[in-house]
Design a protein around this ligand. Structure first.
Ligand SMILES: *[C@@H]1O[C@H](CO)[C@@H](O)[C@H](O)[C@H]1NC(C)=O
Length: 148
């Protein structure tokens, strides 16, 4: 029993270290930029992606991407509850994240899909579901929100 618990703790520490190492490595070793660097190279702030993004695929021709998060990610930011699936897909281009799938925001009692995000000068505009748009200053997205 005691041994099992110790084992589990050791594994936990190793896992934690592994995650921290992954997250603090500027690129993932094979020269591929991090997903945060990909955002920046498209003039988008890193705060559009929560902490803990691991692998991703990006088609350089059409900008189609798929990012894996460590887990389902709940974010509470700016008075909004946001839920990210473990995989987020979309199409990235300069100033734009289009065709988003996997990100929802809670409005009243409904979880509504965020369809796209667009940079317009010093603002980021979000399309929420089919009917709503919401604009925030880029300065709200200077760091990546943590998941809970
Ligand atoms: C993302 O996760 C899916 C499902 O676990 C996996 O099939 C895919 O290879 C992963 N992609 C990357 C880029 O890590």
């Amino acid at each position: 029993m005691a041994l099992t618990k110790t084992k589990r703790e050791t594994l936990g520490v190793i896992f934690l270290c592994f995650s921290v190492c992954l997250l603090s490595t500027p690129s993932n070793g094979d020269g591929q930029p991090t997903p945060y660097e990909v955002l920046q190279s498209h003039n988008l702030p890193i705060g559009l992606l929560p902490k803990g993004a691991l692998g991703y695929d990006l088609d350089p021709n059409d900008g189609q991407f798929s990012v894996n998060l460590t887990n389902i990610c709940n974010i509470y930011a700016g008075g909004f509850k946001i839920k990210c699936n473990p995989t987020i897909t979309g199409v990235i281009s300069t100033n734009n994240l289009d065709n988003l799938d996997g990100v929802r925001v809670k409005i009243a009692v409904f979880w509504i899909k965020i369809e796209w995000a667009k940079r317009n000068g010093d603002n980021i505009e979000f399309k929420i579901g089919n009917f709503a748009k919401k604009t925030f200053p880029v300065s709200d997205f200077t760091s990546s929100p943590g998941c809970s």
